[in-house]
Design a protein around this ligand. Structure first.
Ligand SMILES: NC(=O)c1ccc[n+]([C@@H]2O[C@H](COP(=O)([O-])OP(=O)(O)OC[C@H]3O[C@@H](n4cnc5c(N)ncnc54)[C@H](O)[C@@H]3O)[C@@H](O)[C@H]2O)c1
Length: 252
């Protein structure tokens, strides 16, 4: 029997990139999936491809920075599937963010990074928790980054936001533990996602590979199994944790 048979999962920002790979793996494990993607066309195209492959999957255009949009995401999921078991907070501005010296971020750029990367996680959680509470069980998986532990330069807004996601994970886990809801976080190292491959030169990946204990670069699929674990009953006694998945660079 598949590990997530008939569970309903929402994955934000899953039109492409790592989020799409999470959806593919959750579907393989028997879950029904909602792609909550700001790019409606991309989300629908991905959902259509996965449906054509025989999976049960729905696209719900969502801007996680808007509470109203997140509430619609939850309402449409409930209307279509009747429950919400899993939320993967994957949507974020990452590659799209210009890299700048720490004292040169324009206010709008700083704010949009916080709106999507931190407030978006909060709003998506806020939208799904009532349904999880009613069910007496739920799994929330937030995506941070090891940049919070490496403190790489020129990404002060992104690093600050992703550190916020770790704090949010712990604080929310404490507030919803009595409702049977687990909140955990994954901090990936550098992943060969479409966006990262289009942005960084091969030497950048090579540098990370050499620093890691395990000498190959991470693929999105290397994270998907950890998402399944945190979404499944196998992790029922884990909450408020951040799991580093980076090939053994950070010793956390
Ligand atoms: N690629 C890496 O090396 C790496 C490393 C560590 C952490 N991460 C994290 O993993 C996640 C996925 O990374 P990726 O490389 O696939 O990124 P990506 O930029 O390719 O994908 C992000 C997706 O989120 C969507 N999105 C953006 N703003 C949104 C919003 N307001 N509402 C809903 N959807 C929105 C985008 O359209 C896109 O499809 C991100 O949280 C990223 O920070 C990535």
């Amino acid at each position: 029997m598949a590990r997530l048979q008939d569970r309903v999962a929402i994955v934000t920002g899953a039109g492409q990139g790592i989020g799409r790979v999470y959806v593919e793996r959750l579907l393989q494990e028997g879950a029904k999936c909602v792609i909550a993607e700001i790019n409606a066309e991309l989300g629908e195209r991905t959902a259509a491809e996965l449906r054509a492959a025989g999976h049960d999957c729905l696209s719900v255009p969502t801007d996680v920075a808007s509470l109203q949009s997140c509430q619609q995401m939850a309402e449409r999921t409930l209307a279509h599937y009747g429950r919400i078991d899993i939320l993967v907070n994957n949507a974020a501005l990452f590659i799209a963010l210009p890299q700048r010296p720490w004292d040169e971020f324009p206010e709008e750029e700083w704010d949009r990074c916080m709106e999507v990367n931190v407030r978006g996680v909060y709003y998506a959680c806020r939208a799904v928790v009532p349904a999880m509470k009613r069910q007496g069980k739920g799994k929330i998986i937030n995506i941070s980054s090891t940049t919070t532990m490496l403190a790489r330069p020129l990404r002060l807004n992104y690093v600050t936001a992703k550190a916020g996601v770790i704090g949010l994970t712990r604080a929310l886990a404490a507030e919803v533990s009595g409702d049977g809801i687990n909140v955990n976080c994954i901090a990936p190292g550098l992943v060969m996602s479409e966006g990262a491959l289009a942005t960084y030169p091969p030497e950048f990946f090579e540098r990370f590979r050499n620093l890691q204990l395990l000498k190959r670069n991470l693929q999105p699929a290397d994270l998907a199994g950890v998402v399944v674990f945190l979404a499944s009953d196998d992790s029922d006694m884990m909450t408020a944790q951040t799991l580093v998945v980076d090939g053994g660079l950070i010793m956390h």
